[in-house]
Structures are given as structure tokens and as C-alpha cells.
Design a protein around this ligand. Structure first.
Ligand code: FAD
Length: 394
């Protein structure tokens, strides 16, 4: 069978299986974009609970860890099958399911996989990504949270910021510095921190759309058992890169915006408004081009080719597309879009969320640096602190 036939067969089979456990889509249901809006954890947990026995939420995870053990093409067919059924906003769970679970599969030991993965898979335990600090965002390897060996464990002090969903996370993938005498990328250690440990304080930050989805996290002499260390001391940077690679893959080119959402905007445009229709058509074309580029990148990956330029620009293109789409949504809705009453309006919410896309998961400027250096082969930025002991550079 060809890859296309295998994917089609998987899609049919999975749809037939899902028919018994999921409900048909409700057209009136509000669609969240990249986690904007309020969180309904109970619905997400109930949904993951239904998917867990078949492994449908984590199709690429190995069968022994509750997944389906599928390759990229078949896993994509499962994800596609899921879009045919009603689903709640799964954003609160995605850091665990798409970023940290897969990272644990690569770098965790067998005991950690057995202890942590089942609760990630069925949504009982939410994880957060504890990377950014007040002085370490784009330059993540400059992080200063300190981990010192203490008996059977480690003592960690420091602070993290912009930690999405930390306020209801059970654990966080934490990066800290265990040896400041090493160069900055080398002295980093990773843990699966229990967020309920004494000394952890989580303080939500309110965003301009009134969500409070990310947090400051303070760690004051927190004790972490050595069994919660992921990899060896010094592996932290490698583990962070694995997680960030999964993050880029999970976001995808359209950054979570589905074509039916673009299509729904057309229904709101008055027939006598050719300018708005013209702008809408341009957004639809952009969305489709991004989707096709993503498909090309995925096929190249499946063919075992190294990452090409397709992937590199996709976050920049997706960010620009969503900002323009959200602005058009606001324009089409008119003054009604400025009213705040009850549930936030879908387009208002997307508009207020859209600037964050230029920052989260690597800023636009950093994406352009990557494009310049790795794709166009331009001279690299000066990185004078790269090989010096971290303690000599700050
Ligand atoms: C909605 C949202 C959710 C987030 N969730 C998480 C999370 O769950 N976990 C987590 O760890 N972090 C999270 N972050 C943090 C995010 O990863 C950082 O904000 C991002 O990496 C940028 O870091 P910074 O804010 O410190 O900005 P800085 O790195 O201080 O950058 C400030 C400005 O300088 C520019 N700049 C910096 N370096 C360069 C350079 N070398 N060349 C050119 N320009 C440069 C940047 O582009 C930016 O415009 C989240 C952020 C947002 C907005």
C-alpha cells in the first residue's frame, strides 16, 4: 500500500472507532485559539478519559506507554479523524501531551515514564514548561535558577516567568544551573518539579484580554528528590532543545487556526462589502499556502530528509496571517467586537491574543536570526560568552 492509502485506511478505521466514544461536532460551539479564553479543565479531562483506552490522544507514543505506536503519516490521520468530532479546548493539556510527554519519552528513565506518562495521557496531571526567567528568554541558556546537590536530592532557588498554566500544573519541566563554572549551555540540569513542593509560589499574571494563563513562579530553597532529575546533570540544554523542537512541531504552520474558522468569517461579511471579501480571500489563500508548506515539510521529514527552509519561516508566516485575520474579524464585526460582556467575543479574543504570537515559542526577531544564519547562511551573531565559564560572564 502507498503512504496515501495507509493514511486513508487509518482515517476510516479510526473514525469508525471514534464514532462509539465521541459526539458529532456542534456547529454553534465556540472555538478557542491558542488557549485564549477561560479554561474548562473538567471537559478536557472527560474527553481525554474517553480517548485514553485507545491511545488516540497520543498516537505517536509507544503502545507500552498508552499510545498507538504510529508513524507520522498514520498519526496525522488519527488527528484528522479527531477533528470530525466535538472536542473541548485542549490547550491546557497540550504542553504535557505534545511537548513534555514526548520529551520524557526521549530523555526520561523507565521509572519516570511509568510514573509520569499515564497521568499526562489521561489529563489527570497538567505539566508546565519552566524555562524563561526574568533575564533569560531569547537567551535561554543564560538562566540563573540554581540547583545544588543536597543528600538524595537537590535544593533549587530562583524564579521563572511567563510559565503558562503553572497555577494548575501538577509538575513543571524545570531547567536550573547546577554548575556555574561550566560554559552556559553546559551547566544546566533538568527536573520534573512537583509544583506542590514547599517553597514553590505561583503568582498569575493578568493579560490584556483578561485571561490569567501565565505566571511568575518563585522557588525558595525547594527540595527535589534525585529521582525527579531528568537525564544527567549537564543534559539540561539538550533536553530543552528536544522540548522546543516538539513545541515547533506541535504549533504547526497555522498555529492552531483551522480552516473552518477562516470560513466562518466569510459568513459574517455582508454581500455588498467587496473590500472585506477581497481581504478575506487573501487570508484564506495565506492559510492554505501555509498548510501546503507544512505538508511539504512533513513529507520531507517522513522521507528522512534534514529539516529544510519550509519549517523555519512557518511560525513567522503563521503569526502574520493570524494577526491579519484577527484584525479583519474585528473590522467585520464592527463596534460589537469592542463590547466586553460575558464570554469574550471570539474575534476580539483572537485579536488581543495575537501580539503574543510574536513572542511565545521564540520571538519574531529570533526566528529571523535563525532564518538568516541557518537557511540563508548569513554571518552568525557574535556570541562572545558561549565558551566562557558562566560565572565569568555575569
Ligand atoms: C503567551 C506566552 C506564553 C509563554 N509561555 C511560556 C512557558 O510556558 N514557559 C516558558 O518558559 N516561557 C514562556 N513564555 C516566554 C517566552 O518564551 C519568552 O517571552 C520569549 O522567549 C522571549 O523572551 P523575553 O520575553 O525574555 O524577551 P527578550 O529575550 O528579553 O527579548 C526582548 C526583545 O529583544 C529581542 N531580542 C532578544 N535577543 C535578540 C537577538 N539576539 N537578536 C534580535 N533581537 C533580539 C526580542 O525579539 C524581543 O523583541 C511565554 C510567552 C508568552 C508571550
Amino acid at each position: 500500500m502507498s503512504t496515501v492509502e495507509i493514511a486513508a485506511a487509518r482515517l476510516d478505521r479510526t473514525r469508525a472507532e471514534l464514532e462509539a466514544i465521541l459526539e458529532p461536532p456542534r456547529p454553534e460551539a465556540r472555538v478557542g485559539v491558542l488557549g485564549a479564553g477561560s479554561d474548562d479543565l473538567d471537559s478536557g479531562r472527560a474527553y481525554l478519559g474517553r480517548l485514553a483506552p485507545g491511545g488516540y490522544a497520543v498516537p505517536t507514543w509507544p503502545v507500552e506507554h498508552g499510545g498507538m505506536g504510529l508513524s507520522g503519516t498514520e498519526a496525522d490521520a488519527v488527528r484528522q479523524a479527531l477533528t470530525h468530532y466535538q472536542a473541548p479546548d485542549m490547550y491546557p493539556f497540550l504542553v504535557g501531551l505534545d511537548l513534555i510527554g514526548p520529551t520524557i519519552l526521549v530523555h526520561g528513565d523507565e521509572e519516570q515514564k511509568a510514573r509520569w506518562l499515564p497521568a499526562i495521557r489521561n489529563g489527570q496531571e497538567i505539566w508546565c514548561q519552566m524555562f524563561s526567567e526574568p533575564d533569560a528568554g531569547s537567551d535561554l541558556a543564560g538562566l540563573k535558577s540554581r540547583a545544588e546537590r543536597d543528600g538524595d536530592g537537590w535544593r533549587v532557588s530562583g524564579s521563572k516567568v511567563w510559565t503558562s498554566r503553572a497555577h494548575y500544573s501538577k509538575r513543571g519541566l524545570l531547567l536550573a544551573r547546577h554548575d556555574p563554572r561550566l560554559a552556559k549551555h553546559k551547566g544546566i540540569i533538568a527536573f520534573g518539579l512537583d509544583m506542590t513542593s514547599p517553597g514553590v509560589t505561583v503568582q498569575p499574571l493578568v493579560q490584556m484580554n483578561h485571561d490569567a494563563h501565565f505566571n511568575e513562579v518563585f522557588m525558595d530553597d525547594v527540595w527535589i528528590p534525585d529521582q525527579d532529575r531528568i537525564g544527567e546533570p549537564g543534559d539540561g540544554w539538550r533536553i530543552a532543545l528536544t522540548c522546543l523542537t516538539f513545541e515547533r512541531g506541535a504549533l504547526g504552520g497555522g498555529l492552531g487556526v483551522k480552516e473552518d474558522q477562516v470560513a466562518r468569517l466569510a459568513e459574517m461579511i455582508a454581500p455588498g462589502d467587496p473590500v472585506a471579501r477581497d481581504r478575506w480571500a487573501a487570508r484564506l489563500i495565506e492559510h492554505r499556502v501555509i498548510g501546503m508548506t507544512e505538508l511539504r515539510a512533513r513529507q520531507a521529514r517522513q522521507a528522512g530528509l534534514p529539516p529544510g527552509p519550509e519549517d523555519s519561516g512557518s511560525k513567522l508566516r503563521g503569526t502574520a496571517m493570524i494577526k491579519r485575520l484577527a484584525a479583519l474579524g474585528l473590522q467585520v464585526e464592527g463596534p460589537a467586537a469592542t463590547v466586553v460582556a460575558g464570554e469574550p467575543d471570539e474575534w476580539q479574543s483572537m485579536f488581543l491574543m495575537s501580539p503574543s504570537l510574536s513572542i511565545r515559542g521564540g520571538t519574531d526577531e529570533i526566528q529571523r536570526n535563525i532564518l538568516g544564519e541557518r537557511v540563508l547562511g548569513l554571518p552568525a551573531e557574535a556570541r562572545v560568552d558561549k565558551d566562557k565559564p558562566f560565572s565569568d560572564t555575569c
